[in-house]
Design a protein around this ligand. Structure first.
Ligand SMILES: O=C(O)CCC(=O)C(=O)O
Ligand SMILES: [Fe+2]
Length: 225
C-alpha cells in the first residue's frame, strides 16, 4: 500500500468527521475509540416510504463476501438500489452534500429488510486483508472508509445496530442516519467498529447502507459482503 493511500484514508476520516460535527442535526455518539454520528431526520418520511417500496420489490437473500460456516450469520434480504432511479439519485445527492466524499468512491446503495428473527451478526465493514477476497476488493476500489446507514422505519421491537466493543446501541428511528468511520485516525482498519444488526423481535426493519472506498469504486461481480 502506498503512503498516498494511507494519507487519503486518514484525511477523509478527519474531513468527514469535521463536516458531521458541524451539521445542525448532527450528534456525535461519545466514544474515544470510533468516530460515529447520528444525523436526525436525514431522510423525509416520503423518501423512506419510497425506498421501502423499492426494497420490497427487489429484495433477495443477502450475501456474504467471505463464506461463513454459520447459516444464521446474515439472514436478511437485500438488493442494490438502481442508481438511475430519481429517488436514489436524490438520496445519493443528500449523502454527497453531507459527507463531501467524492461520489465515485461510493458503492451502489444497498437496501436491506429484516423480518422477525432476522439479523446480521457482528462483523467489520472494512475488508480483512488476509481474506481471499482482498485482492479483488483492492482492485475494485480498495479499503472501505465510511459507512452511512439510514433507518427507513421503526420495527416494534429489536433491530438495533450494536457496537459491542464500544458499548453503543442505536435503535432504529425513521429517517435517522447512522454514520461511522471504519478506520482509525491513521487510516488503518479499526477493530472497535465491530457491529451487528440485532435480531428483529417484532415488526420489520428496513435500512439502506452506503459503503465508501479509498479509491473510485469499480463494479465487481463480488460487490456484496
Ligand atoms: O442492519 C444493521 O443494523 C446493520 C447493517 C450493517 O451492518 C451493514 O449494512 O453493514
Ligand atoms: Fe456492517
Amino acid at each position: 500500500m502506498s503512503a498516498a493511500h494511507v494519507d487519503y484514508k486518514a484525511a477523509i476520516g478527519a474531513s468527514v468527521a469535521q463536516r458531521l460535527a458541524r451539521h445542525p442535526s448532527g450528534f456525535k455518539i461519545p466514544s474515544n475509540d470510533i468516530d460515529i454520528f447520528v444525523i436526525r431526520d436525514f431522510l423525509t418520511a416520503k423518501e423512506c416510504e419510497g425506498l421501502v417500496r423499492k426494497i420490497d420489490r427487489e429484495r433477495i437473500p443477502s450475501k456474504l463476501l467471505a463464506p461463513s460456516s454459520d447459516p444464521e450469520f446474515r439472514t436478511s434480504e437485500s438488493c442494490n438500489l438502481d442508481s438511475k432511479d430519481p429517488l436514489v439519485i436524490q438520496v445519493e445527492a443528500k449523502l454527497t452534500a453531507l459527507t463531501g466524499i467524492e461520489p465515485s468512491h461510493g458503492e451502489t446503495i444497498q437496501g436491506q429488510r429484516y423480518a422477525v428473527g432476522q439479523q446480521f451478526k457482528p462483523h467489520h465493514d472494512y475488508f480483512h486483508q488476509s481474506e481471499a477476497y482482498w485482492e479483488e476488493m483492492d482492485r475494485c476500489g480498495g479499503q472501505r472508509t465510511w459507512t452511512a446507514m439510514a433507518f427507513l422505519n421503526m420495527p416494534e421491537e429489536g433491530g438495533q445496530t450494536h457496537f459491542p466493543r464500544v458499548g453503543i446501541k442505536v435503535a432504529p428511528r425513521t429517517g435517522n442516519l447512522l454514520i461511522w468511520n471504519n478506520l482509525d485516525a491513521h487510516g488503518l482498519p479499526n477493530p472497535a467498529t465491530l457491529h451487528q444488526g440485532m435480531p428483529v423481535m417484532a415488526g420489520t426493519k428496513y435500512v439502506i447502507t452506503k459503503w465508501h472506498r479509498e479509491r473510485p469504486w469499480i463494479v465487481s461481480s463480488a460487490t456484496y459482503y
